[in-house]
Design a protein. Structure first.
Length: 156
């Protein structure tokens, strides 16, 4: 019991019972003791405990693409990509990749997203918008802004 208490361990018993002396030691030390009489309950609990210990996996989800049709000078704020959303949606605060001729030129976060003069959260397929990119990359007409989100997935 002393070793289990020192290491915050869980003591597992199968097809057994605690005698009164062991029960007093468990109560005094605060060790977690789990007793099972059916094997599949034991394996289910261990699998659930291990799943809880695993960190969630981050998965990239592509939200959409926008073609840069015009580069707008915005003074100190840097350049804004006047764009047309070709598929999916562009989301403010999402990650972006700036693609030129199929190669990644820059990566970062979508800082601002405007539709006419209004700030918007997202712009859907078939609409035009102004996209302000973090780190002020060099934007050219014909570039493609790929928007993505990182989604956390619990491992199976």
């Amino acid at each position: 019991m002393l070793l289990a208490s020192a290491s915050d361990a869980v003591v597992i018993g199968f097809n057994t019972k605690l005698d009164p002396g062991a029960q007093r030691a468990v109560d005094a030390s605060g060790v977690d003791v789990r007793l099972y009489d059916v094997i599949y309950k034991l394996t289910d609990d261990i699998a659930a405990a291990l799943k809880g210990m695993l960190a969630p996996k981050l998965v990239e989800q592509i939200e959409g693409h926008a073609e840069v049709r015009m580069v707008i000078k915005a003074g100190k704020a840097g350049n804004v990509a006047g764009s047309y959303v070709t598929d999916g949606r562009i989301v403010r605060g999402g990650g972006y990749r700036l693609l030129r001729a199929g190669k990644v030129v820059a990566e970062g976060r979508i800082e601002t997203l405007k539709r006419f003069k209004d700030d918007v959260r997202e712009v859907a397929t078939g609409f035009e918008c102004g996209i302000g990119l973090s780190d002020s990359p060099e934007i050219e007409e014909g570039d493609v802004v790929e928007c993505f989100q990182m989604i956390s997935e619990q491992p199976a």
